[in-house]
Design a protein around this ligand. Structure first.
Ligand code: C2O
Ligand code: CU
Length: 478
């Protein structure tokens, strides 16, 4: 198994001309003279003031900041991103929600070799979809993401909807000690087996959430607000006083516009909102989080004193043109099942770890494994076992997920979007397209998709401590 996967990896990256090259070589080796230089994205150490007047916090960031730069493209563009690794540990960058060819997916040991310290790798692919996406390492993500390695990735529609402001709020959190530095307790078994490592300071675009996070608006304006949850474990439940929030996209994919009162945003998930600002000049309204460890006020809309821009909502349509992708047909879909077990108080009936049979009482302390998917679990560095499923390219798949744990899990699939068909057997109203779906405690979620992107794709919980604790597997499409 080990050998064949290594060989496969080598041939895949060689075929795409993308082997990890020594510093300075990648650009020269892969760019034809006509293409513009790639966008450069470098990981490295960062010191950042998270709150006005507070001591700087040591973080890891892309291009010297947390979050990294907002990557902006237009649908149909070709992304060319040269990642260089300025850290002293291996990394790899995943483009969450962007449908890429498999060798570009940024998953170490599955789609590429890790990028070594000082190494570079050129990622290059066409952008098939518009939407709100994000990027983050897929290597030791339970540590690298909460240290600050994440950024927004926006692909504009060919014809964007008309708004006065297009705003990104990239949400995350950090766990700070009294000295203002991160508590270095990544990967504790207690977090792996529970809700994950939840921070004590919520960040919006890399700054402390709260009153200082103010979006200035003018009466009559229409705002498009893109919310991205880049936290490793925190599930937000967001509401906004005084305004109707109209959802127009989930995970970057168009949904029938509809009002939402409280938004559940698990790690990895996104929502695009349209908000018409029709309150009085000078007024202030809060967005608040009422999640289980609710952070209270996250940010504010503050109305200027200017005279209003409009007295009624802008007339322009807000419905997004859906991205083109194969539509699953439930009548001819193959049914597959996946059962999730584990967590504190819910010992998993472990079958295998990294492909080897394992006993329950040995796994927790020795292996750090706390969850299973279909009775198997694996470590990130040892993704050498069999995929959870093998699908024929083009197959229509109905995947029935059964959560036998007491915890919520935002389940994320790479390389594909799926329809959320039913929750606990009840058809969903919007049959929304997503790449990450929230599976509540003891909940069953049915999804459907066409397995049309060849390769081996991650399918994992986006609570990064859960995936580190075994809640990750792959799906092979051939
Ligand atoms: Cu956002 Cu597999 O990750
Ligand atoms: Cu989980």
């Amino acid at each position: 198994m080990t050998i064949s996967r290594r060989d496969l990896l080598k041939s895949a990256s060689a075929a795409a001309g993308l082997a990890s090259l020594p510093a300075g070589m990648a650009g020269a080796a892969t760019s034809p003279s006509t293409s513009p230089p790639p966008f450069e994205l470098s990981t490295g150490l960062v010191e950042q003031e998270l709150k006005a007047g507070a001591p700087k916090t040591r973080l890891w960031g892309f291009n010297g900041s947390v979050p990294g730069p907002v990557l902006r493209y237009r649908k149909g563009d070709r992304a060319r991103i040269l990642v260089s690794n300025g850290l002293s540990v291996d990394t790899a960058v995943h483009w969450h929600g962007v449908r890429v060819p498999n060798p570009m997916d940024g998953v170490p040991f599955v789609t590429q070799d890790p990028i070594k310290p000082g190494g570079k790798l050129l990622y290059e692919y066409p952008l098939l979809d518009s939407g709100t996406f994000w990027y983050h390492p897929h290597q030791s993500s339970f540590e690298q993401v909460p240290r600050g390695l994440y950024g927004a990735y926006i692909v504009a529609e060919s014809k964007p909807i008309e708004v006065d402001q297009d705003v990104v709020w990239l949400l995350s959190d950090v766990k700070l000690g009294a000295d203002g530095q991160q508590v270095e307790d990544y990967g504790r078994i207690l977090d792996l087996a529970n809700e994950g490592r939840i921070g004590n300071q919520v960040l919006v675009n890399g700054k402390a959430a709260g009153a200082a996070q103010t979006l200035d608006v003018r009466r009559g304006e229409r705002i498009r607000l893109r919310l991205i949850n880049a936290a490793s474990a925190r599930i937000f439940r967001l509401s906004l006083a005084g305004h109707v929030m109209t959802a127009i996209a989930f995970d970057g994919q168009a949904v029938q516009p509809h009002p939402v009162e409280q938004i559940t945003l698990g790690p990895g998930m996104r929502i695009d909102l349209v908000i018409d600002c029709l309150q009085a000049a000078g007024a202030v309204f809060s967005m608040t989080d009422a999640g289980h460890r609710g952070a209270g006020e996250i940010a504010r809309l503050a109305y200027s004193r200017e005279k209003s821009l409009r007295e009624k909502p802008m007339a322009a349509a807000i419905r997004l043109v859906p991205n083109q992708m194969a539509e699953p047909d439930l009548k001819r879909a193959q049914d597959h099942y996946i059962v999730f077990q584990g967590g504190m108080r819910g010992a998993p009936v472990i079958g295998t770890i990294d492909g080897k049979p394992a006993k329950i009482n040995e796994i927790m302390e020795k292996e750090g494994i706390t969850w299973t998917m279909n009775y198997s679990a694996q470590h990130e560095h040892a993704l050498m076992h069999e995929p959870l499923f093998h699908f024929k390219k083009g197959a229509h798949i109905a995947l029935h997920m059964i959560n036998e744990t007491d915890f919520a899990h935002p389940m994320h699939m790479h390389g594909h979007f799926f329809r959320v068909v039913a929750i606990n057997g009840k058809k969903t109203r919007f049959q929304e397209r997503r790449d990450t779906v929230m599976m509540g405690p003891r909940e069953n979620v049915d999804i459907a998709f066409v397995a049309d992107n060849p390769g081996e794709w991650m399918f994992h919980c986006h609570i990064l401590d859960h995936s580190a604790g075994g809640m990750m597997g792959t799906i092979a499409v051939q």
